[in-house]
Design a protein around this ligand. Structure first.
Ligand code: NAD
Ligand code: ZN
Length: 361
């Protein structure tokens, strides 16, 4: 057996208000006065001085606001990298991403692409990155994806949606300040939180499971139940703290295993319909009782408790071609199916089954 040797986030600060310490954390990393820190910030914070007034800009430091209407694309990374190269006198000292999974992934990708040649799409895959990226810091403002700990950055390219999985992808520093999540709208809180719940289920019910993944997965699973089902004894602050830690553990759990069927099928929805990750996972998971009976039952309880109405019939209008594309994208994610159903997964799932599942969504 040849075990994989994974990198981890080497530094993390946790606590409400820890965001205030950002400038003292990063200032030793400044390479020169000509080498700025570039902040990629979700544009939902554009006129939010509670957050932005605490970003202290010196020399040529600057903030680039990022729209998260659509999830990150390889072409978007290329444009950002070019813009940064053209507008800075020296290679930046670091990239700081402040936002949900979308902005965290963009920050990781931009940091890599500032030190690696060619187009971003060439690096979608496993271990294709040659040079370490720039110093990069992740500051989540939305909990659930695990993007703050993961070794990947998920990007939609011209012909596939696939991560840049590499040893250079994880952040050099993460700032976990649960207070930054206080204004997330309820629906979004649920969808992205469920991403974490689904990570834990897919990891714990997968055939790749081992003690490393199980311990982290159990932790994420239990925290999600506390936050989404048994939260009557918890303050809002406590739920924010716990969900941020659930996200971290859910992300750690899949480092040494894989996600499963909900993610495979949600990637199909995303590629063909542009459905976002959190809501797409919920739409799919709602119909996966057959594969994850207890998990789906708990999910339905959580959905009811928080009055979440998922969209219906989103695949009803698809052409034959689009449906086939969706199925092919989903089935192409072989490790996810192998994790979910075992080595003989091809005997246990067919295009026909997938089509009938998609038509229910
Ligand atoms: P997101 O980053 O797309 O944000 C969703 C919405 O929430 C946006 O409208 C954003 O403006 C808003 N938002 C974020 N923080 C807010 C705050 N504090 N207050 C108010 N609004 C706020 O959503 P997400 O679910 O966190 O991320 C999804 C992305 O993460 C997808 O692109 C997915 O592919 C990626 N992802 C990556 C990994 C990984 O390991 N790299 C894992 C899972 C998902
Ligand atoms: Zn996910």
């Amino acid at each position: 057996m040849n075990y994989k040797n994974f990198p981890m986030v080497p530094r993390v600060i946790f606590g409400r208000g820890s965001f205030n310490q950002l400038s003292e954390i990063i200032s030793p990393k400044r390479l020169s006065s000509a080498a700025p820190f570039i902040y990629l910030v979700d544009d939902v914070f554009k006129s939010n001085s509670w957050l932005t007034s605490r970003i202290s800009l010196s020399y040529d430091d600057r903030i680039i606001y990022i729209s998260t209407k659509e999830e990150p694309k390889t072409s978007q990374v290329d444009t950002l990298v070019e813009e940064i190269i053209l507008s800075t006198k020296a290679r930046p000292s670091g990239i700081i991403g402040i936002g949900g999974g979308s902005v965290l992934d963009l920050a990781k990708a931009v940091s890599i692409m500032l030190t690696n040649e060619g187009e971003t799409r060439l690096y979608q895959g496993w271990d294709l990155v040659k040079n370490p990226g720039l110093y990069h810091v992740g500051i989540p403002t939305l909990s659930g994806t695990g993007a703050e700990v993961s070794r990947t950055t998920v990007l939609t390219g011209p012909d596939k949606k696939l991560g840049i999985n590499s040893d250079f992808t994880p952040f050099d520093q993460v700032v976990l300040d649960p207070e930054l999540t206080k204004d997330v709208p309820c629906d979004q809180w649920f969808y992205t939180g469920m991403d974490c719940f689904i990570h834990s289920i897919e990891s714990l019910k997968g055939t790749y499971l081992n003690a490393f993944s199980k311990t982290y997965g159990d932790m994420a699973f239990n925290l999600c139940q506390e936050v989404f089902l048994n939260n009557s004894a918890l303050s809002k602050e406590e739920t924010e703290d716990k969900l941020m830690m659930a996200s971290w553990h859910g992300g750690m759990s899949i480092v040494y295993s894989q996600v499963g069927i909900a993610h495979a099928m949600s990637y199909g929805l995303s590629y063909v319909l542009g459905t976002k990750h959190g809501i797409g996972n919920c739409v799919v998971f709602d119909h996966l009782e057959e594969f994850y009976p207890e998990g789906v039952q708990l999910f339905k309880k959580m959905k009811m408790k928080h009055n979440i109405e998922l969209p219906q019939g989103i695949c009803a209008q698809l052409s034959e071609e689009e449906m086939n594309a969706m199925i092919n994208i989903a089935l192409g994610l072989e490790p996810l199916w192998e994790n979910a159903l075992g080595k003989n997964w091809k005997k246990r799932i067919s295009s026909k089954q997938l089509k009938s599942l998609y038509l229910k969504m």
